[in-house]
Design a protein around this ligand. Structure first.
Ligand SMILES: C[S@@+](CC[C@H](N)C(=O)[O-])C[C@H]1O[C@@H](n2cnc3c(N)ncnc32)[C@H](O)[C@@H]1O
Length: 383
């Protein structure tokens, strides 16, 4: 096995069991093919086993900090552990994330289960090289009807082709997710993500259990939040026409009686909206893909929160989410603070929200907390 030597900065990261080592944290590397497994050293001290990719800025992605390592044994154990870890969730849903990349021990591997369909991504050269072996284990452990590869643009950063593929059997084009008794039509091959925003499941429950009459679900995607609310009136705002069709089907299927679907840009919609609501959901796509775009993202969030607060009745709730790693709890709190002081309104934090537990957040992997949110309640200030 080839050896790669990290510098002092890389060493400090590995001591904290952090798993991504960047090009600037490498001292010296032996000639290595993309995706090859290497042993990481600091000086002459062996520290970890990792996927290595000389084509990527993230040079090494740690798989194991143990002294002994056999990739075949490791793959079996990691997949088995990930599946067992999520057994409890099967009581409330037939669709969940079974494997979540670094947080389950294989950087780049995502496996989502939709009934007996599996939708996977292999986003690093490391897991791409192991695709055949991973598919064999998934077949044996889960006995799926089919396995589909949903390829993400992020693969380009690893020097890999972006191409969807059926890897085994047959996968449904359309699947009905049954979650907490609600039903959602999902396009497994053509939909956003692997079909459905599984990571928002718990937040749909929390936000959906509020007793409210008028709901505004913005960036609604398949309408999950609005449907869960069972409110007297729900307005959905969503820019994609295809998603608006899904929202309509989902609203009908779940017996929502009084609703409106606005196929429009949420920013423009807020400019003209005059109606007031008891609950507003703001769940935009990632605005800040990296640290450089944080400023622009913060401006976007500020606009959405400030205009959302204007449309909220006193005592009403606002749920705002960020799926950009660079905009987390602290940034969302700062924005709420500045909006509350500019508008002289009181904002109470009711809940800190995060991705559901099938997308684990490990403290040693900061990037594994990628979805954060706040549920705040607005009150007029007592005069
Ligand atoms: C993170 S997803 C929302 C997930 C959804 N809340 C759920 O739980 O299923 C973001 C959605 O916003 C939509 N979108 C993106 N830009 C938009 C815009 N400017 N106005 C309205 N919708 C937009 C996308 O099509 C996508 O469906």
């Amino acid at each position: 096995m080839r050896r790669v030597f990290v510098n002092r900065k890389g060493f400090e990261k590995l001591k904290k069991r952090q798993t991504w080592i960047y090009n600037l944290e490498i001292e010296r590397e032996e000639d290595t093919k993309p995706g090859e497994i290497v042993r990481l050293f600091y000086k002459d001290k062996p520290l970890a086993f990792a996927f290595f990719n000389p084509k990527s800025k993230i040079r090494a992605r740690v798989i194991s900090f143990e002294a002994d390592f056999d990739i075949d044994v490791y793959l079996e154990h990691a997949i088995d552990r990930a599946v067992k870890r999520r057994e409890g969730l099967k009581e409330i849903t037939d669709s969940l994330r079974l494997f979540h990349s670094d947080a389950d021990g294989l950087s780049g591997l995502v496996v989502d289960m939709y009934g007996d369909n599996l939708v996977c991504s292999f986003d690093t050269a490391g897991v791409d090289r192991l695709k055949g072996r991973i598919v064999d284990i998934l077949k044996r452990v889960l006995n799926p009807k089919g396995i589909f590869e949903k390829s993400n643009n992020i693969r380009e950063k690893e020097g890999l082709k972006v191409e969807d593929a059926l890897l085994f059997g047959d996968v449904d084009d359309e699947f009905i997710v049954v979650e907490n008794g609600f039903r959602f039509i999902t396009n497994l091959k053509k939909g956003q993500k692997t079909g459905f925003y599984l990571d928002q499941r718990k937040n749909r429950s929390i936000v959906g259990s509020l007793k409210v009459e008028r709901v505004l679900d913005m960036f609604a995607s398949s309408g999950g939040f609005g449907v869960y609310s069972k409110a007297k009136f729900v307005k959905f705002v969503e820019i994609s026409k295809e998603n608006c069709k899904l929202i309509e089907k989902n609203a009908e299927m779940n017996g929502l009686r009084n609703y409106e679907i606005v196929n429009y840009d949420a920013f423009d919609f807020l400019k003209d909206e005059k109606e007031d609501y008891d609950l507003i959901i703001i769940d935009p796509p990632a605005f800040a893909k990296n640290r450089n775009s944080v400023k622009g993202a913060m401006k976007g969030y500020k606009y959405l929160i400030a205009n959302g607060i204007d449309r909220l009745k006193s005592g009403g709730y606002l749920a705002v989410f960020s799926c950009s790693f660079a905009v987390g709890f602290k940034e969302l709190l700062d924005l709420c603070l500045s909006v509350s002081s500019e508008k002289s309104t009181e904002l109470e934090v009711v809940e800190f929200l995060k991705q559901d537990i099938d997308h684990p957040y490990l403290v040693n992997i900061p990037t594994s907390l990628y979805l954060t949110g706040l549920l705040v309640r607005k009150f007029d200030i007592v005069q």
